[in-house]
Design a protein around this ligand. Structure first.
Ligand code: EPU
Length: 419
């Protein structure tokens, strides 16, 4: 099994390009199922999760593949979708595949998708997705680990989510595009990935308004058409690369990213002492006077992203002074903590908060990646650690970071992958 070996120490500097957003891409790929025709997305990151979504789309009968000769383009033709069923073996690999449910249900009046189950970062139910489909008139039945939904035709409705859910908002928003009449989603997620999906749905001919705010209105239309779209840069990858620079005392510029969608991340970096320079589609961070401890609380957008929690924690391990990092989105997203402790980090966990005493010298150690962002946090820590760190179970990283070791090497890191 692949592992990444990092020799900590070198200051990272230079320019690196952010890939397209993984989480935008996954929702956009599901949206292609709404269309009786071909959709093409460019700037799609080459990731295991994208491959997993392609597999699901093919399983339901779509014609979905990477375009030959264009390494970051996928084409999805939804005209021959025949089997609105997403099997357990595929869905369990990636929870985001549950997002095919809304498009399949609204277009075909029936969908059967495996319940995704829990995952490493928490229980992660899909009750809010189902609440949405039911509000639109879907009949939901749980059957041997599958969610089966049927409808003679979805009807627009008003609905308030009990918790803010990104994929839930996206799933129900997609279902509402082909429903009869108007749907109003209250307490909708405001993440940039929701906004991008709404934009793409509108390009397809949908009528979605208010995305980016907490009330989204969707007026159903008869049909949607295929489009071409270039996926926005990945704000979490960009943030990860900036922390990778800062933790080493370096100076990194990330291009291909709109800084406006990563404001809360940049604000915390500034608070920790970083100088952050914004350009059009690029951002640069360095901390010539070192980093200081801060408090970070994760929250739905526009709050600090949970997907950047492990990386900031790793960075704060080498800051001057104490920090408190509180996780409010997922109940179990601290699996990187015991691994960071093995690298010498001084962290005490208390409920949903991690208390860090900074000014640590981290030591290289063999560590275990447990989920995607935890792995990213360990990589960041490894870059600052004395000596060699081996990050095992790298497949987690490959789910969400394209060629991460190459990108880090380009900035001067001593990183290699071993098979
Ligand atoms: N929740 C419910 N019921 C639901 C749905 C969610 O209780 O029906 C709870 C979850 O258990 C969690 C909270 O609501 O405590 C927020 O979860 P959300 O639904 O917003 O997460 P998600 O949509 O499943 C997406 C990203 C995650 C990211 C979260 C939060 C994708 C494919 N995934 O997940 O990304 O952490 O939003 O921002 O868009 C990652 O990239 O590493 C990743 C995990």
């Amino acid at each position: 099994m692949d592992r990444i070996v990092v020799e900590g120490g070198p200051r990272l500097s230079g320019e690196v390009h952010a890939s397209g957003s993984k989480n935008s891409t996954l929702a956009l790929m599901a949206a292609a199922l709404l269309v009786d025709g071909e959709t093409r997305y460019r700037n799609v990151p080459r990731l295991r999760d994208v491959d997993a979504m392609l597999e699901i789309l093919c399983a339901v009968g779509a014609d979905a593949e990477w375009v030959e000769g264009e390494p970051h383009t996928v084409r999805i033709d939804g005209s021959r979708v025949s089997n609105p069923e997403a099997p357990y073996d595929l869905v369990r690999k990636m929870r985001a595949s549950f997002m095919v449910m809304g498009p399949l249900l609204t277009r075909f009046g029936r969908a059967r998708v495996s319940e995704p189950g829990g995952c490493a970062i928490g229980v992660r139910p899909v009750d809010q997705h189902l609440k949405g489909f039911e509000a639109l008139g879907g009949k939901i039945r749980l059957d041997h680990g599958y969610v089966e939904a049927t409808t003679p035709g979805l009807e627009g409705a008003r609905l308030a989510f009990d918790v803010t859910t990104v994929n839930g908002t996206q799933n129900v928003m997609m279902a509402a595009t082909l429903a009869n009449g108007e749907t109003v989603l209250e307490n909708a997620a405001r993440e940039p990935e929701v906004v991008e999906l709404a934009q793409v749905l509108n390009m397809m001919g949908a009528d979605v308004r208010g995305a980016g705010g907490d009330r989204i209105t969707v007026r159903g239309v008869e049909r949607l058409r295929g489009i071409q779209h270039t996926v926005a840069g990945d704000r979490i990858e960009a943030g990860t690369l900036l922390t990778a620079g800062l933790v080493t005392g370096g100076d990194v510029k990330v291009t291909g990213i709109d800084p406006a969608i990563m404001e809360s991340t940049l604000e915390k970096l500034r608070e920790a002492g970083a100088e952050v320079e914004l350009g059009r589609d690029e951002v640069r961070a360095r901390a010539p006077d070192g980093l200081r401890g801060i408090q970070v609380v994760t929250a739905p957008f526009p709050g600090y992203p949970t997907d950047m929690q492990a990386q900031i924690m790793a960075t704060l391990c080498v800051a001057n002074g104490s920090s408190v990092v509180t996780e409010r989105v997922f109940e179990n997203r601290f699996m990187h903590v015991p691994e960071l402790q093995r690298m010498g980090a001084d962290i005490t966990l208390s409920g949903r908060s991690a208390h860090l005493r900074g000014r640590n010298r981290l030591m290289g150690a063999p560590v275990m990646a447990t989920d995607l962002r935890a792995s990213a946090g360990l990589l960041v820590a490894a870059l600052a650690a004395e000596g060699e760190t081996t990050v095992n179970r790298v497949y987690h990283i490959d789910r969400g970071y394209e060629r991460i070791e190459e990108k880090l090497r380009g900035l001067g890191a001593l990183v290699r992958r071993e098979g």
